[in-house]
Ligand binder design. Structure first.
Ligand code: NAP
Length: 317
């Protein structure tokens, strides 16, 4: 079986795949282009794509039942793949849920703390040699312990964030979710995003990206938030109307934002980069070696099962 990894991955992952496949690793860290994806569908039995490889309907057009039988995505988010178009062409899609949950929740907590406690701004101050010394009213931020967190999307990552906030920082938890959800710790589901925004001191977005959630968070939500509240997005950039977020931050309508993802990655608007009250990370959610190895092992398990004609452990419905 001949498979393509669309990006370099940790060596242990490639070695695992090489046990029973002929593996080619694309030596480029940028996303695949349409022509490359079309060619890959014809040339390989399986592909391990990842974020940014836009397997949209146009890629599958005219390639019914290609040689490729599985897109074993490296990552849980599959909003870059048109899953229905893939299925219609006879290509199965799998992902790596669970392996990413704790690492991404950790990054959410880091952004909550960095935004509320003005860590980015403070770091820039020290590095600029502009720090004049401690005093009682220097750089006062927002105390996090005991404040109310509002989670948008109470799935695996949403719950892991909520658990950390609740058990670690004594924070009451509110959440907004597509369907009713019971969780194993105290948390209250609210009916609307506005209700969540009005009550929460910190909002964390953890819904999948894609057409269903595009601009789920916009001006209306920012207008409903407390002026002291912080906004964190570790999900996907297209869930948030970035222009509306920038306007809210510029106007001081909300206190701050911590972002790991952006609407047009890797382009981050200059207006956003200019804001002191925005903490900006380069999509670091799962960026730890052991996490990327675990994601890779999961992708290889899916690939192997699909190529052997068995049901893969993590099919995307
Ligand atoms: P998950 O377990 O599927 O959870 C998603 C949750 O969002 C579910 O509870 C779902 O509700 C809810 N939801 C979906 N659409 C909604 C809508 N329109 N309105 C309200 N709630 C909605 O997924 P996960 O593993 O937690 O991952 C979530 C996302 O995080 C991924 O899809 C990925 O894009 C992103 N992510 C980012 C990074 C990073 O590096 N920053 C890393 C990993 C993942 P139901 O209960 O109704 O299904």
């Amino acid at each position: 079986m001949r498979v393509l990894f669309t990006r370099p991955l940790p060596e242990t992952v490639i070695a695992e795949a090489r046990k029973d496949c002929e593996v080619e690793v694309r030596d480029d860290t940028a996303p695949m282009k349409t022509g490359q994806m079309r060619a890959a569908l014809a040339l390989y039995d399986g592909i391990v794509p990842t974020l940014g490889d836009a397997f949209d309907a146009a890629v599958f057009e005219g390639s019914e039942n290609p040689r490729c039988k599985v897109l074993a995505n490296f990552g849980v988010g599959v909003n870059h793949i048109d899953v229905a178009a893939a299925r219609a062409a006879g290509v199965m899609v799998t992902n790596t849920p669970g392996a990413v949950t704790d690492a991404t929740a950790d990054i959410a907590l880091m952004l909550i703390l960095m935004s509320a406690r003005r860590a980015g701004e403070g770091e820039r101050l020290v590095r600029a040699g502009a720090w004049t010394g401690w005093h009682p009213t220097q750089m006062l931020g927002q105390h996090v312990s005991g404040k109310t967190v509002g989670i948008v999307g109470m799935g695996r990552i949403g719950q892991a964030v909520a658990r950390r906030c609740h058990l670690g920082f004594g924070m009451p938890v509110l959440f907004y979710n597509r369907s009713p959800k019971a969780v194993e710790f105290e948390a209250r589901q609210v009916e609307t995003l506005t209700a969540l925004a009005e009550e929460a001191d910190v909002i964390v977005v953890a819904v999948p990206g894609g057409p269903e959630t595009r601009h789920l968070i916009g001006a209306e939500v920012f207008a409903a938030m407390k002026p002291t509240a912080h906004f964190v997005n570790i999900a996907r950039g297209d869930v948030v109307d970035e222009a509306a977020l920038i306007a809210a931050l510029q106007a001081g309508r909300i206190a701050g934002a911590g972002l790991d993802v952006y609407e047009q990655e890797p382009d981050v608007p200059a207006a956003l980069r200019a804001l002191e009250n925005a903490t900006l990370l380069p999509h670091l959610g799962t960026a730890a070696l052991e996490v990327r190895e675990a994601m890779g092992r999961m992708a290889v398990q899916n690939l192997r099962a699909a190529l052997a004609g068995e049901a893969p452990p993590n099919p995307v419905a």
